[in-house]
Design a binder for this molecule. Structure first.
Ligand code: MG
Length: 461
């Protein structure tokens, strides 16, 4: 056993993909026409050149059904498992355990929560993305190792642990729920490996949509949005085609300061900014919602996901967060997706699409909905314009805006910045970047360099 308790003996073998015969049999057994299970299965075996077998006994059929279910379950890797999206993704997979198995979980620093989750759902693999190595394990990594010793769960260690896991043959779906630009590398790796990516990490597209999207197309990867607004658009798109879109309308709750005057917003405290009226989310995105920088990032995300120019993207304040977004098609029809503000709905749709199965999320109670109101956003939230500007500029601007915002958001939470200064800082860093350093068609290295520059510049400003 090595220093991290990785026991080569305990390595779990990859799931052997079922043979075409077994796969077809599995489908039939899983969804048998009533009363015709035995006939169908036997017929399938016969057409594949097998001897017609006597109809199996009940016990054999039950055992086969259970094997078939296992063989057809899709294997899910959850990056950022301890965060709000990650935890909800585990809930959804547990709720749909007949269809999905959790292959792996990763976290950044929350080793304790990761170990609790791992002991409960028993993934094949876990990783702590804290840049430590086998030679130099961090305290957190050692603590996690101690908790998981003897469980047979593999720990993947090192700065590229997430990339190593997502490309494995036995991973079908990657839930990309890492917060911030840190989720970019595993997202690109999953795209290169042709995986289905349930994308919650909007920053990956904001920073490097120009690389992630073509990579996904080239390698046959499917990117399904988890962000509630984009999931709504993705679902509404089943009513029409991309070329039939007149515009999309991204709804925004308006956050905690929707009714505040501009001068008061500027001096809002961290506690006030963290009190989101509708959604329960992690601290970074909750502050982003209060500044409406989150919506700016979502404007950019929508541009990349749906290939839309800025003039086809609108933002509408809808304080009740019942309509999660909508599409106006060229014929004038508007198709919206509605639901409670429960992230398990878009997460589940990302896993099961294009199918729908019974969900575990809370339901809309129409007896309790009194009104749905709408307002136009105004200049109290200047972040929105940054979103449109980034689409128009392209190049390295998304990387710079995202990085500057990550730092400014953190500085505010640490008490080193006024709330009103967050967006001002981001605007100033982008202004400086346009003057020098902007690259129109950047490589990944140039995007990462722009990210690093913007982080430093924001801190020093
Ligand atoms: Mg959203």
């Amino acid at each position: 056993m090595d220093v991290l308790g990785r026991n080569p003996e305990s390595r779990v073998l990859p799931t052997v993909p079922p043979s075409p015969v077994l796969r077809r049999e599995a489908q039939l057994v899983d969804k048998p026409p009533p009363g015709k299970v035995r006939f169908k299965v036997c017929q399938m075996l016969t057409t594949e050149g097998f001897i017609l077998m006597p109809a199996p006994s009940t016990a054999v059929r039950t055992a086969r059904r259970s094997t078939a279910r296992k063989a057809t379950r899709r294997s899910v890797c959850i990056l950022g498992a301890t965060g709000s999206i990650g935890t909800n993704a585990i809930n959804v997979c547990t709720h749909l355990k007949d269809q999905f198995e959790i292959h792996s979980l990763t976290a950044c620093t929350s080793w304790k929560k990761l170990s609790e989750q791992s002991l409960e759902v028993r993934p094949k693999m876990v990783a702590l993305n804290d840049k430590s190595s086998i030679a130099k394990p961090s305290e957190n990594l050692r603590a996690l190792r101690d908790q998981l010793l003897g469980t047979g769960i593999e720990m993947v260690v090192g700065p590229h642990a997430m990339e190593e896991i997502v490309v494995r043959d036995d991973v079908d779906i990657v839930v990309a729920a890492v917060v911030g630009a840190a989720g970019l590398a595993p997202c690109i790796a999953a795209a290169r490996a042709g995986k289905t990516i349930a994308l919650a990490n909007k920053e990956a597209l904001v920073v490097a949509g120009s690389i992630v999207m073509p990579t996904a197309r080239k390698h046959g990867a499917t990117i399904v949005p988890v962000d509630s607004e984009h999931s709504a658009i993705y679902q509404a798109l089943r009513s029409g085609e991309g070329k039939e879109i007149k515009k999309i309308i991204l709804t925004a709750s308006g956050g905690p300061f929707r009714t505040w005057p501009k001068a008061k917003i500027r001096h809002a405290t961290v506690d006030q900014a963290l009190a989101h009226p509708n959604w329960k989310m992690g601290p970074k995105i909750t502050i982003d919602s209060a500044t409406m920088m989150n919506k700016a990032l979502e404007i950019i995300e929508a541009h990349w996901l749906f290939g839309l120019p800025p003039e086809k993207i609108e933002v509408l304040i809808h304080p009740q967060s019942i309509i999660h977004s909508m599409i106006e098609f060229v014929d004038g029809s508007v198709i919206a997706q509605l639901g409670t503000p429960d992230m398990r709905t878009p997460i589940q749709y990302a896993l099961t699409h294009p199918n729908r199965v019974n969900g575990c999320s809370t339901r809309l109670d129409w007896t309790k909905i009194r009104e749905m109101t709408f307002e136009q956003p105004d200049d109290r939230f200047p972040a929105l314009q940054l979103g449109f500007e980034v689409i128009r500029l392209g190049g390295t601007s998304g990387a710079v805006v995202n990085a500057a915002n990550e730092i400014a958001n953190e500085m505010f939470r640490e008490g080193n910045l006024l709330f009103g200064e967050i967006v001002e800082k981001v605007e100033e860093v982008l202004r400086r970047h346009k003057k020098s350093g902007f690259v129109k068609s950047p490589t990944l290295e140039q995007l990462l360099a722009a990210d690093t520059w913007a982080r430093k510049e924001t801190k020093n400003l």
